[in-house]
Design a protein around this ligand. Structure first.
Ligand SMILES: [Zn+2]
Length: 249
């Protein structure tokens, strides 16, 4: 058709966003698409397979634009990944409402990651009975970062902050989260209950003596307790092991 080239828009995906494209679009740089309907750049990006949560910046003919920008023929769009380490407490054009700090929701596909994050002291909501609908409901009540292996869940509009977890093993997933969010030190390791996420409280050794093993009584002096599920914690070898994992050994 004569002049059909004028109807196209051009989409350049950068960095590891190219790995998230649907198979048929991988290796196509740029992706050239006719503009046949009124659609936001957000919808078009997701139609290629990339969740909006993975996008750090969108340029239209070199100028930063928001997710709501309508795609028009003749335009070039550059879609860039989120820079690492990711800063969620500062507003950006695409994320104008920053978070107070690092707080997570983890879905069923990454349950062991949730336990590691709690071990490291991060506020991490996780419940093995939660389905996608429940997770979206939780996010609406309280903005948090969704960590998941589901690209479809990240495309839901209720999800503002999220991360598609690339790594497969729980330890590698934890390393990935720490790398992405710039966690270099475990300042609050073992400050949260691994079962229920409650912040632990110190408890005098004297009060819990009957519940401790003789070896623990001999070698450990500082204990904490979960006021919700009554589980007792103390710093053991796991803290040193996690610190070593953080440092890449
Ligand atoms: Zn607890």
């Amino acid at each position: 058709m004569a002049g059909s080239g004028d109807m196209n828009a051009f989409f350049h995906f950068h960095g590891d966003l190219t790995n998230l494209l649907r198979r048929r679009w991988r290796g196509a740089t740029p992706i050239i698409q006719p503009v046949t309907r009124s659609a936001s750049i957000k919808d078009v990006i997701e139609s290629f397979g990339v969740p909006h949560t993975e996008v750090g910046e969108i340029l239209c003919d070199g100028m930063p634009v928001q997710f709501s920008r309508l795609v028009a023929a003749g335009r070039r769009f550059d879609i860039l990944p989120i820079p690492v380490p990711r800063e969620v407490t500062q507003p950006t054009l695409l994320h104008p409402h920053p978070l107070q700090g690092l707080g997570f929701v983890v879905d069923i596909n990454a349950g062991r990651l949730a336990r590691y994050l709690r071990m490291a002291g991060f506020d991490t909501l996780y419940d093995s009975t939660w389905d996608d609908a429940k997770i979206l409901q939780v996010l609406q009540l309280e903005p948090r970062i969704l960590l998941t292996r589901s690209l479809d869940l990240l495309k839901r509009k209720e999800v503002v902050y999220g991360r598609y977890i690339r790594a497969e093993s729980p330890v590698a997933q934890m390393r990935e989260v720490f790398d992405v969010f710039g966690v270099t030190e475990l300042l609050r390791a073992f400050s949260r209950c691994l079962q229920c996420n409650t912040v632990l409280e110190p408890v005098p050794k004297q009060d819990i003596l009957p519940r401790l093993e003789p070896l623990t009584i001999r070698h450990v002096d500082a204990f904490s307790i979960c006021s919700r599920c009554d589980k007792i914690y103390w710093e053991g070898s796991h803290v040193a092991r996690m610190q070593r994992m953080l440092e890449g050994h």
